[in-house]
Design a protein around this ligand. Structure first.
Ligand code: GRF
Length: 211
């Protein structure tokens, strides 16, 4: 495995609050990384506009349902051309296949608004409320070929309170995401993450959990 360079790509499809949190954490010196490029499958994603305004390189690779392998190859090229060692999925709403993942083996990280393996999928927050869950949370994990699955780097629980809507619960989940994702990215770029048999260990023994 080559030594990490600290150059990261952030893949986004939407609002980009995690991108902003990550960029802010980098600026505060809390993450030993630089955002080399922000890539999106959605041309008008607010996250892209924010990155452009901030002077970060951006790239749009519109999703092509008719030829997914070609789309993914273009996506990989867009990332690779920036000499990136770690790929951060920050609200990126597309599934990546083995081809992409093998290029950045154990270096693609995702943030998901549930305590995986509970509530996988696109509406984890709504699903937790609909299920009457009293506790949900945030997971940051390395990405494998399954959806919302792979070695877990960080998890933290968030209570679901009576009267919670998607919006109110998501606001509290976001606050946790905005702390856990930068922390996990820092561990990755520092080469502190080891994966053995589908499980991640961080540093000598450290694994982050709030409870
Ligand atoms: C986050 O809640 C993240 O967990 C999920 O997508 C959302 C992205 O939010 N994967 P934002 O675009 O970073 O604000």
């Amino acid at each position: 495995m080559c030594e990490p360079s600290g150059r990261i790509a952030v893949l986004v499809s939407g609002a980009g609050s995690n991108l902003v949190a990550l960029a802010d954490a980098i600026e505060r010196g809390e993450v030993g990384a630089q955002i080399a490029v922000v890539v999106s499958d959605v041309a008008d994603a607010p996250a892209l506009a924010w990155a452009s305004e901030r002077g970060i390189a951006t790239s749009v690779v519109p999703f092509d349902r008719a030829d997914r392998p070609a789309w993914e190859a273009r996506l990989a090229d867009a990332v690779e051309s920036h000499g990136v060692e770690v790929v951060v999925l920050a609200g990126f709403m597309r599934i990546l296949s083995g081809r992409f993942l093998q290029r950045w083996m154990d270096r693609v990280v995702n943030v998901h608004p549930s305590l995986l393996p509970a509530f996988r999928g696109a509406d984890a927050v709504g699903d937790a409320i609909a299920a009457g869950a009293l506790v949900t949370g945030v997971t940051v994990h390395l990405v494998d070929e399954l959806v919302d699955h792979g070695p877990i780097l960080a998890q933290e629980a968030v209570d679901v309170v009576p009267g919670d809507t998607r919006a109110t619960l998501l606001e509290r989940l976001h606050a946790v995401e905005h702390r856990l994702l930068p922390w996990a990215v820092d561990q990755l770029v520092r080469g502190n993450v080891r994966v053995v048999d589908g499980r991640a260990t961080i540093g000598p023994t450290e694994q982050r959990s709030s409870r």
